[in-house]
Design a protein around this ligand. Structure first.
Ligand code: PLP
Length: 369
């Protein structure tokens, strides 16, 4: 009974399927630099994500970082502190200044009503995050971006495979950046992609991911190396065949959690939004110590004692990271601070057993006084 449960477990195809997929690489000897698997995955993803344009990258972080670079931005980027380090780092590493907007207490995404107050003469872009697969207020963000002529780059790392009002989630904003990291709903071991509107942005990304090389004798930008290799692309091709089935299994796990935890006083569960085809990427609970009878720390520790790995995700907020030396005023995003001190994401992956979910919930509910 006391087997360890990690917060996630990477999806993998059967080994034979992967072997079949990579076998040809021993004939071609073409291992990276936009080979056949890279091209095939790019094509398949256009279809699956229902988007016009996809550029593949080595990971989700480089998708964010190079998209900002490709847009040639200067000044301030309005973003959220309730995210993974990557979002904020991508901004700072481009020499841009993050300006932190607070979040909505229900969806945990950027509170679009608070964006306009943060706009200055220096604002060049907005970088919101579809947190836990919850879709941002894309209509309001688009309205503001249009009014103030701002670029919109979505961190879509949590939202693979989702649709909003029947449209692929990668169609919103100027660009949407996905992560195919091992821990995500869809993985290519490591990997990422940018969906974009303007082919000029795509061309710039294609060069930036390959050192800024424009032609055999011309290097026109100070690029990086962020090309997806053939083994990763092959893993992506295999996993993509099964991702719908995996999301369906995730849904059953999430529903099982809900059957135990819904309506428990002091626990806020994540809601599936209307008009969203959800991907069940995470199962966050927000614990109100007074109402529930135990704190987030107590629940976390009790789960850990039982070999169950929950995560304080996202905690701490990125605007409190020691690398930023208290540069940002944390009191500017009070809702984000409140949630980050109380949130816990529970183990969730396609093959998580129902009896494991039952055991996890028993431990959580056992923390109540
Ligand atoms: C995973 C993640 C990233 C970074 O993706 P990598 O593929 O790990 O580089 C960026 N933003 C968010 C919100 C993420 O969860």
């Amino acid at each position: 009974m006391n087997n360890k449960i990690l917060v996630t477990q990477s999806s993998m195809p059967r080994i034979e399927e992967y072997m079949d997929e990579i076998e040809g690489l021993w004939d071609s000897h073409w291992l990276t630099n936009m080979g056949a698997k890279h091209k095939a995955l790019q094509q398949e993803l256009k279809g699956y994500l229902d988007v016009e344009n996809v550029e593949l990258l080595t990971n989700g972080h480089m998708a964010l970082e190079l998209t900002l670079q490709a847009m040639n931005l200067q000044g301030e980027v309005i973003t959220t502190p309730f995210t993974f380090a990557s979002t904020t780092h991508a901004i700072v590493r481009n020499g841009l200044k993050p300006v932190f907007c607070d979040i909505d207490p229900v969806t945990y995404t950027m509170d679009a009503e608070k964006i306009e107050d943060l706009i200055t003469d220096h604002t060049c872009a907005v970088m919101p995050v579809h947190v836990y697969g919850n879709v941002c207020n894309v209509e309001e963000i688009e309205r503001i971006a249009h009014k103030y002529e701002l670029k919109v780059i979505y961190d879509a790392a949590h939202s693979f495979g989702e649709t909003y009002k029947g449209q692929g989630i990668g169609n919103f904003g100027d660009a949407s950046c996905f992560s195919f990291h091992a821990t995500k709903v869809f993985n290519s071991i490591e990997g990422g992609a940018v969906c974009f509107r303007d082919q000029r942005l795509g061309n710039a990304l294609y060069e930036l991911k390959n050192f800024g090389i424009h032609g055999p004798e011309e290097v026109s930008a100070v690029g990086a190396n962020a090309k997806m290799n053939e083994f990763c692309a092959a893993m992506g091709l295999c996993n993509l065949r099964h991702v719908d089935e995996e999301i369906d299994k995730r849904r059953l796990v999430a529903e099982r959690y809900r059957s135990h935890l819904e309506g428990v006083e002091g626990l806020q569960l994540n809601r599936v939004q209307p008009e969203v085809r959800f991907n069940y990427a995470y199962f966050p609970i927000v614990i109100d110590e007074k109402a529930f009878g135990a704190s987030r720390a107590e629940v976390f520790d009790r789960l850990a004692e039982q070999g169950i790995g929950a995560r304080k995700y996202f905690y701490p907020l990125t605007n409190t990271f020691s690398c930023f030396h208290r540069e940002y005023d944390v009191s500017e995003a009070p809702v984000a601070l409140h949630i980050s001190k109380r949130v816990l994401t529970l183990p969730l992956y396609a093959d998580l057993g129902m009896e494991d979910v039952d055991r996890i919930c028993k431990v959580i509910l056992g923390c109540k006084v």
